[in-house]
Design a protein around this ligand. Structure first.
Ligand SMILES: NC(=O)c1ccc[n+]([C@@H]2O[C@H](COP(=O)([O-])OP(=O)(O)OC[C@H]3O[C@@H](n4cnc5c(N)ncnc54)[C@H](O)[C@@H]3O)[C@@H](O)[C@H]2O)c1
Length: 257
């Protein structure tokens, strides 16, 4: 498989690259990120099957730049993992128009730009497109109004792509991580109290790891998901089912007559 991965220098994107490389030496990867040093380190560890493209997803030409690099390295594209994203928190009334534009450019617009540029090549290969959304796309998240709404838009963008591209034989899906331990969240979750508080809300009682999300992305790229398109897979340890606090009724309480 010839795969583009954004956000490949860190966290979930890096795990996708490493798992694909471990799965088959035949996979060719185009790793892209704005972090040149991190990207070089991941590519060096994988070896010559991995090419790199340093690009800023906030830029309007990022899709064309990345697809050109992918074609130069791999000669075609079978899959795109549009994974990079940024998070920034504050109440909405304190936010600025500049930050709104930046978060939506990276978290939402870049996926469309990359999809648009990759479309003819994915149509030629009957390929797969996977974007990393978030549990916050469907759960309003205190202090993260731009982030959660940009991810909600991303979910619909990819569902829309799945309709438009289905006749071309291209599958389009999203994964939505819940709380996941990566460099993005490390500062918060290295605080034992905050981590314990978070984990108490997760039925599986543990944070997700980058590999948990990456394995789900690999499934969506694989032939085993060959009839799946337009869906979102939550990788949240069950947290989204655990939002109703106990009322004190408790187990064993008799039903009222
Ligand atoms: N970690 C979590 O708890 C969590 C939860 C839900 C969703 N997500 C989503 O998962 C995805 C991956 O996050 P992660 O946890 O691996 O974070 P991470 O910070 O470890 O990795 C994100 C990567 O994206 C790159 N990136 C950021 N802005 C960029 C830009 N403008 N141009 C190019 N590259 C850029 C960063 O350099 C970094 O390498 C993101 O879309 C994030 O929103 C993460």
């Amino acid at each position: 498989m010839r795969v583009i991965i954004t956000g490949a220098a860190s966290g979930i994107g890096r795990a996708v690259a490493e798992l694909l490389a471990a799965e088959s030496g035949a996979h060719r990867l185009l790793l892209t990120d704005r972090d040149a040093a991190g990207l070089a380190a991941v590519a060096e560890a994988i070896g010559p099957t991995a090419g790199i493209c340093v690009a800023d997803l906030a830029s309007a030409d990022c899709g064309d730049v990345i697809v050109a690099a992918a074609l130069a390295h791999m000669g075609g594209i079978d899959a795109v993992v549009s994974n990079a994203g940024i998070i920034a928190g504050a109440p909405l009334v304190e936010q600025t128009a500049e930050l709104f534009d930046r978060i939506y450019a990276i978290n939402t617009r870049a996926t469309w730009l990359l999809a648009k540029a990759a479309h003819p090549h994915l149509a030629a290969s009957h390929g797969a497109f996977v974007a990393t959304a978030s549990m916050s796309a469907t759960q309003p998240t205190p202090g993260l109004g731009f982030y959660s709404s940009s991810k909600a838009a991303l979910l619909m963008l990819v569902r829309q792509l799945s309709l438009e591209w289905g006749p071309d034989g291209i599958r389009c899906n999203t994964v939505s991580p819940g709380p996941t331990y990566t460099p993005m969240t490390k500062v918060g979750y290295d605080d034992a109290t905050r981590r314990a508080q978070r984990e108490s809300m997760i039925p599986l009682r543990k944070l997700g790891m980058a590999e948990d999300v990456a394995n789900t992305i690999l499934f969506l790229l694989s032939p085993q998901a060959g009839h799946i398109t337009g869906i979102d897979i939550l990788v949240d340890g069950g947290m989204s089912n655990n939002l109703m606090p106990a009322t004190g009724g408790g187990s064993g309480q008799k039903a009222s007559q």
